[in-house]
Design a binder for this molecule. Structure first.
Ligand code: UD1
Length: 450
């Protein structure tokens, strides 16, 4: 795929944002990162051409493309259209260097195993937000008849027997893991017989993957509920499929509007995917109105008030929106408690927000946020993808200039964020440099057009 994005090692650029400006106008929401990644993996199930539309241009999408290419798959990208041809999968082993950079790439294990009867995928390892094991993926594949053993950090899975076909099974997930639901749903599409996934994840991206698989001829019912029933078919056929809009990006812009007390509109969005976020924004004091079925407007209400948030599997409040909402709560009047229940190490943005003048204390998986009148711009470091978005949002409301390092996190999940914010009236610039101090004198780099 003709896309380049900076790797963590090469990432010397910083984003400078001057806060306190009011946002105005309309922002276009890109395709959902998490849908695009898993749907790309799902295309491995199909021995014919698949065309994916509304695919965001992101570092994570490029990495997933590299993983598919390493398996022998052909990919061509033009704008937001990605053509994938997995008629030939020459490799059943995904390379460690690539899998270790993108946890979602582990999800290829399901479709590769379903197609070839053998798959070898390195364990993705820990990441900034927690240990993130894959035991639920593995146990589910074992229930479907796969022999799975982990050796030298690689998950080796194969299916015995002449047909090398997985078998339908009744699988109960101890936790409604998004990734495990997706892995097992993909694997079950080509299995012999019926698979029932109980306590499945209900996230919109799971539904999107099911819809894509159905477009290829898979028989799936109940995606979006706790019970998904998949009747295996012998093979799938080509499909042309558009990815849903990114609900996390949409929520991030809604928070940007709320924290700056601005009026902006966003589309395309699926408001039902944003129910928890909209409920919390209204509780905090923002006004949100539908402009049309796929367009939302946010406008200022009467100030910002504290509220409590607990992250949960969908339809609960999403962990991927927790950091951005915490940034908003730092300037909301009163005390808020944010409880992170999905990942064990996802409060690392707290220290950076405190550097900007926030008053947050962490105890275990709880953060107590005491609203302050204003934040002040400071040099800060992004620790993970959504933490970086939280720092951007905080910078919009801060007095003076904030300089954010660690932009490779931001580039993983936000398409053209700089350009989109500039169009809304934010004063910002991305600079190349080795450190914030050097950056002050470094030459300006124009924001890459897209
Ligand atoms: C996906 C999303 C991620 C989001 C998360 C939760 C993608 C590419 N990423 O990640 O943005 O934050 O859902 O909404 O879609 N777990 C186990 N064993 C397993 C699998 C998961 O214990 O086999 C645990 C994890 O460590 C974590 C929790 O379950 O604590 C939720 O993880 P999961 O829903 O699987 O998230 P991902 O699919 O990795």
């Amino acid at each position: 795929m003709p896309e380049t994005h900076s790797s963590p090692e090469e990432d010397k650029s910083v984003l400078q944002i001057w806060g306190k400006s009011s946002l105005k106008g309309h922002v276009t929401i890109s395709g959902a990162k998490n849908s695009a990644l898993v749907v790309m993996a799902g295309a491995l199930l199909c021995p014919q051409d698949c065309r994916l539309r509304n695919v965001p241009s992101l570092a994570d999408v490029s990495r997933m493309g590299e993983i598919l290419a390493s398996l022998g798959v052909k990919l061509t990208r033009q704008g937001d259209v990605l053509d994938i041809n997995a008629s030939y999968i020459g490799q059943s082993t995904a390379p460690y260097e690539l899998v270790s950079q993108l946890r979602a790439s582990f999800f290829v294990i399901g479709p590769v195993l379903a197609r070839l009867g053998v798959a070898r995928v390195p364990l993705p390892g820990g990441c900034a937000i927690g240990a993130r094991p894959v035991d639920l993926h593995v146990r589910g594949l074992q229930a479907m008849g796969a022999d799975v053993h982990i050796e030298h950090g690689t998950v080796n899975a194969y299916v015995k027997g002449p047909s090398r076909r997985l078998k339908g099974a009744k699988i109960y997930l101890d936790y409604p893991s998004v990734g495990a639901t997706e892995t097992l749903m993909m694997a079950a599409t080509l299995a012999d017989g019926e698979t029932i996934l109980e306590n499945a994840a209900q996230e919109p991206e799971v539904i999107d993957l099911a819809n894509f698989c159905r477009a290829m001829g898979a028989k799936i019912q109940g995606a979006g509920t706790k019970t998904i029933v998949i009747s295996g078919v012998p093979s799938l056929h080509s499909a042309d499929y558009a990815i849903i809009p990114d609900r996390v990006e949409a929520a991030t812009f809604l928070v940007a509007g709320a924290i700056t007390q601005s009026e902006i509109s966003l589309s395309p969005v699926i408001p039902d995917h944003l129910t928890a976020a909209i409920a919390k924004l209204r509780a905090i004091g923002a006004l949100i109105t539908p402009e049309s079925p796929n367009c939302l407007r946010i406008s200022p209400g009467h100030g910002l008030t504290a509220t409590d948030i607990e992250t949960l599997p969908y339809p609960g409040f999403p962990t991927d929106m927790q950091a951005q909402f915490m940034a908003l709560l730092t300037v909301s009047e009163g005390d808020s408690i944010v409880t992170e229940t999905v990942f064990e190490n996802r409060l690392r943005h707290v220290a950076e927000l405190n550097r900007m003048g926030a008053d947050i204390r962490v105890k275990g998986n709880h953060a107590v946020i005491r609203g302050v009148p204003t934040l002040s711009g400071a040099p800060v470091v992004a620790t993970d993808l959504r933490a970086s978005a939280a720092l951007v949002v905080a910078a919009l409301a801060a007095e003076g200039k904030t300089t954010i390092q660690g932009l490779h996190h931001l580039d993983r999940g936000y398409e053209n964020l700089d350009t989109k914010l500039q169009k809304l009236g934010v004063k910002l610039q991305r600079l190349q440099g080795d450190s914030t101090t050097e950056v002050e004198t470094a030459p300006l780099t124009p924001i890459a057009p897209n």
